[in-house]
Design a protein around this ligand. Structure first.
Ligand SMILES: [Zn+2]
Length: 436
């Protein structure tokens, strides 16, 4: 028997492992920041007792899920909520409002830390965080969040890129703290010429790192009827997506970046709103996940993402809040609820909707960043994974009923915002409501 109890048993009325069926009266045993056992509470307790292991039990009067994974955000814009509280008539309208506030002085580091704390309180334990100003680079590591810090790259012409861009970006990439993870974010297909779009994935891949970009967020990225005669666009030696459009080609932004070799299993995209069935098939073929950010799309005045199609087609889906400059809050569960409503409105009627979208907000996000595998794997509750846990209040659900598990999942997916009561990152409680 060990002298000191170094095992914490988190037990809950509903435990949702994501890689195993959800269960009533479950428990997760945690030791040294990792998951030691997951299962029914009585079984986990017996197993520990049989081995003479002492443990401290923390009782959750609600649901225990893997820590949520926010698959698209910009923590440094957490002080720009005045932009995100507005409503806009489209991407350009929103961008004008954003630019006016961005140009003012900001403490990007303090704003990012404040945003990270809001996320942790909402049950988020890992983030795909895009950083544009270097002050915000260390924030994931400083606040204990997992995920990846992506340095944003934008506005390079082919000429400037060759002259100094490539060298500068390599220097900047080396400045990103390697823990929890580093990558590059080529902003979008329309904000970089072809040479940087071609080379950034190579620079990142050579170092075993990852990329993340905005794709299909603006209506003009969608497919258009092509008007140029003759050779397909890919042989036309075009210098940018804009020149492709100016030459009369109708290829979508997704097809464009795919031809440049940007997509792949080490890359995930944000938004994916303006995408045809062929674009979505390209993402699947390349193993590229899409982080859906429906509340951000709504604030900016865009269409809703085709979530029903993504689900029916078996696309790899994740969920992101985007930043407070385009979203009302950093509570990822509010985006899950928005996706439930959108999927239903788009005709998705299968009973698996709640479970699939909760999975998208956990395992799906981890998969999008490649952190569902390896020594620090997260996004699901299984032996050996990092003990990242999110606990939610469910006092309005009768879990004792036959349909209790389904009702619990429904409450979380349809109305999960504001329910988080405790967040555990790598075995340490990072946030807990006092009245828990
Ligand atoms: Zn974004």
């Amino acid at each position: 028997m060990t002298d000191v109890s170094d095992i914490t048993l988190y037990s809950a009325r509903l435990v949702v492992p994501m890689t195993a069926p959800a269960m009533r009266d479950g428990a997760v045993a945690v030791r040294h920041g990792r998951i030691l056992r997951v299962g029914e509470r009585a079984w986990v307790r017996d197993m520990l007792a049989d081995r003479g292991e002492r443990f401290e039990e923390i009782r959750i009067e609600g649901a225990l899920l893997p820590g949520l994974v926010n698959a698209h955000s910009h923590l440094q814009y957490s002080g720009m909520a005045e932009v995100g509280q507005g409503r806009y008539a489209g991407f350009d309208d929103w961008a004008d409002a954003f630019d006016a506030v961005y140009e003012r002085p900001h403490d990007w580091h303090a704003d990012a830390v404040a945003g990270a704390q809001q996320m942790i309180r909402a049950g988020i334990t890992s983030v795909a965080d895009i950083v544009t100003d270097a002050e915000a680079l260390p924030v994931l590591g400083e606040t204990g969040l997992g995920g990846i810090t992506y340095w944003e790259v934008m506005s390079w012409t082919n000429e400037d890129w060759a002259a100094r861009g490539r060298e500068l970006i390599i220097t900047e990439l080396d400045r990103i703290p390697p823990v929890p993870g580093a990558g590059l974010s080529p902003h979008a297909p329309y904000s970089l010429d072809t040479e940087p779009l071609l080379e950034i994935p190579d620079i990142v891949r050579a170092r075993g790192l990852r990329t993340h970009l905005h794709l299909g967020e603006s209506a003009f990225e969608g497919e258009r009827p092509g008007t140029a005669p003759g050779d397909p666009w890919r042989f036309a030696k075009l210098e940018s997506f804009q020149s492709l459009r100016a030459a009369g080609f109708g290829a979508s932004a997704t097809e464009f970046v795919d031809q440049l070799g940007v997509l792949g299993p080490d890359c995930h995209v944000a938004h994916g709103v303006y995408m045809t069935a062929a674009d979505r098939a390209l993402l699947r073929a390349r193993g590229t996940s899409v982080a859906l950010c429906p509340r951000s799309n709504d604030v900016i005045g865009l269409d809703a993402p085709p979530v029903a199609a993504y689900l029916r087609e078996g696309s790899a889906v994740a969920v992101g809040t985007d930043s407070l400059s385009s979203s009302p809050s950093l509570d990822l569960m509010a985006d899950v609820s928005a996706l439930v409503r959108i999927a239903r409105a788009q005709g998705y009627a299968d009973r698996d909707l709640h479970e699939r979208l909760l999975s998208a907000a956990t395992l799906g996000g981890a998969h999008a960043m490649g952190i569902d595998v390896g020594p620090d794997r997260t996004g699901y509750l299984a032996v050996g994974a990092r003990a990242d846990l999110a606990c939610f209040r469910l006092d309005d659900v009768d879990l004792g009923q036959e349909a209790g598990v389904a009702d619990g999942l429904a409450a979380l997916a349809e109305d999960g915002a504001g329910r988080a009561i405790r967040t555990v990152i790598a075995g340490e409680t990072s946030a807990a409501k006092e009245d828990e």
